[in-house]
Design a protein around this ligand. Structure first.
Ligand SMILES: C[S@@+](CC[C@H](N)C(=O)[O-])C[C@H]1O[C@@H](n2cnc3c(N)ncnc32)[C@H](O)[C@@H]1O
Length: 232
């Protein structure tokens, strides 16, 4: 897999208007996690795989002097983020990849990522980069819906046309631990809207019936909180 394939896939998603749909789909869980981050005044935050930048803008508004940078491999997503930008929000956006983040070592107190890290071309390199750009004592807060313990999501790989890392909760924890993070904590976050209205449900290839769709919402999103240790 290559960054070119990812960029062209997500450029097309953006042209098809899917970025706003992702904001709607991920917004509830994203807002729940962002509200619990405990961001302090003046912190620098990186949003990896920012899409149209909705979370980047939320993060930048968390406190006085907080600054957020959204990175995405898709130039169209970044163009959309810039279109939606407001000059009163301390957020910036850049085209870039998880595997090579254009930032100095120890630049950020926090790295956030919503529904994106499993697309990494090289997951180990991406985790190394996250560790590199975080300050000691900083945290990576990664939220994903596509993980093995949420079994009905297995079908997504055949839908997107790009390779995706399908790991279990414990495999994600182990991957962060191997990259030097400690402790690594995980929890599930349930969308407060529930599965929605059963009478409005339309079957699809991945969700052939209501019970399958309901199981995805009941499993919830996986929130991985990985701490970069301070030197002893
Ligand atoms: C499912 S979308 C989620 C977007 C946004 N976080 C949200 O919740 O709406 C995944 C995003 O990650 C980006 N992405 C995927 N692989 C990437 C990589 N290796 N480096 C940088 N961005 C990547 C895609 O371009 C896409 O915009």
């Amino acid at each position: 897999m290559s960054h070119e394939l990812l960029a062209s896939t997500f450029d097309q998603w953006s042209r098809d208007g899917r970025a706003a749909g992702m904001e709607l789909e991920h917004g509830d869980v994203g807002a729940q996690v962002i509200a619990k981050l405990g961001v302090r005044a003046g912190e620098q935050i990186l949003d990896l795989g920012c899409g149209n930048g909705w979370a980047t803008r939320k993060l930048a508004k968390l406190g006085p002097g907080v600054q957020a940078l959204g990175i995405d491999v898709s130039p169209q997503m970044i163009a959309e983020a810039e279109r939606l930008h407001s000059l009163t929000i301390r957020a910036r956006y850049a085209v870039g990849s998880f595997e090579r983040i254009d930032a100095p070592d120890a630049k950020f107190q926090r790295v956030f990522s919503m529904e994106a890290l499993y697309y990494a071309v090289d997951l180990e390199a991406a985790l190394r980069e996250i560790a590199r750009v975080l300050k000691p004592g900083g945290t990576a807060d990664i939220v994903i819906d596509y993980y093995k313990d949420n079994a009905a999501t297995a079908c997504w790989a055949s839908k997107t046309g790009v390779p995706m890392h399908y790991l279990s909760e414990s495999e994600w924890s182990a991957a962060f631990a191997r990259a030097g993070f400690a402790p690594v904590q995980t929890q599930r976050v349930i969308d407060s809207r529930g599965p929605g209205d059963a009478s409005a449900f339309t079957p699809s290839r991945c969700y052939p019936d209501w019970a399958t769709w309901k199981s995805v919402r009941e499993a919830g999103s996986l929130w991985i909180r990985a701490h970069k240790p301070k030197p002893a």
